[in-house]
Write a protein that binds this ligand. Structure first.
Ligand code: MF3
Ligand code: CO
Ligand code: CO
Length: 262
């Protein structure tokens, strides 16, 4: 697959899909409380997407090569789960941190975004991990400019995260996005400045660093999807979809409830 440069019409459709994805995260926020199951969060988001937004939840039945079809409409990754946690009967408890990852399809285009939610009051260490990961995502976003290279994004994220004492997951990355959920190029969250292709206006891609409090190694659970830290340390992730503009970047996955940039 090659990189798609979006036309002005396509960018307008990306803006709509991306805002809708962010609005699902706004909608679910008050429901993320001790006692709720991740399956209930999935049901609420699914119904909101399908019945209120008239969007399609892209994860449902999504089947990338080497995978079984994904069985739910959102991903919920709790504590040491890194990404792709499958909503289930698992009950959230006070002190948990949970990533909710939403991808909607509207008018043929995908919008992909995720946030961390605190259940009650997590430990200071857990809150710091979430905050550092959020700042890392934004440092990556702020490097996006047509004079800059793909490796500049990864370098900015990796340097900041490792300086904070955390590690960057290598096996999963950001991705081009548009008519397809996962398009070229891959957006690594580690790397070296000046390496990789140059960014071009009209490219749309995600930046979604997965950051572990301990070692960077991961394992996949027997469900074929859920990724966890090998050392059981906590993991956090935030995700935005961004557009490369003539002068820099535009974050597409914003809405009234999105936390402000750091
Ligand atoms: N939304 C995830 C991403 O950011 C992908 C989830 S794939 C799924 O790329 F099948 F697990 F939903
Ligand atoms: Co993504
Ligand atoms: Co996502």
């Amino acid at each position: 697959m090659s990189i798609t440069i979006k036309t002005l019409e396509e960018i307008e459709r990306m803006r709509v899909a991306c805002r809708l994805a962010s609005e699902v995260l706004d909608f679910i926020a008050p429901h993320v409380k001790a006692g709720v199951t991740t399956g209930e969060l999935d049901r609420l988001c699914h119904n909101y997407m399908v019945d209120v937004q008239h969007t399609i939840p892209a994860p449902l039945h999504y089947t990338p090569p080497g995978h079984t079809p994904y069985p739910r409409s959102i991903c919920t990754s709790v504590n040491h789960q890194v990404c792709h946690g499958i909503p289930s009967l698992k009950v959230l408890k006070n002190g948990d941190i949970v990533n909710i990852d939403i991808t909607v399809i509207k008018d043929g285009f995908h919008g992909d975004t995720s946030r961390m939610y605190c259940v009650g009051e997590p430990s200071k260490q857990a809150q710091r991990l979430c905050a550092i990961t959020y700042e890392a995502m934004w440092l990556g976003i702020r490097t996006v400019h047509p004079d800059h290279h793909l490796g500049d994004i990864g370098q900015a994220i990796q340097a900041f995260v490792e300086n904070a004492g955390y590690s960057v997951v290598r096996e999963f990355c950001g991705h081009g996005i548009g008519r397809d959920f996962h398009e070229d190029p891959q957006i690594l969250h580690y790397g070296r400045k000046g390496t990789g292709i140059k960014l071009q206006p009209g490219m749309t891609f995600t930046i979604e660093p997965m950051i572990n409090a301990g070692r960077r190694e991961i394992r996949q659970l027997a469900d074929g999807w859920t990724i966890v830290t090998a050392d059981h340390s906590l993991s956090a992730q935030w995700e935005h979809t961004v557009l490369v503009t003539e002068t820099g970047f535009e974050v597409l996955t914003l809405s009234d409830g999105a936390p402000p940039p750091p």
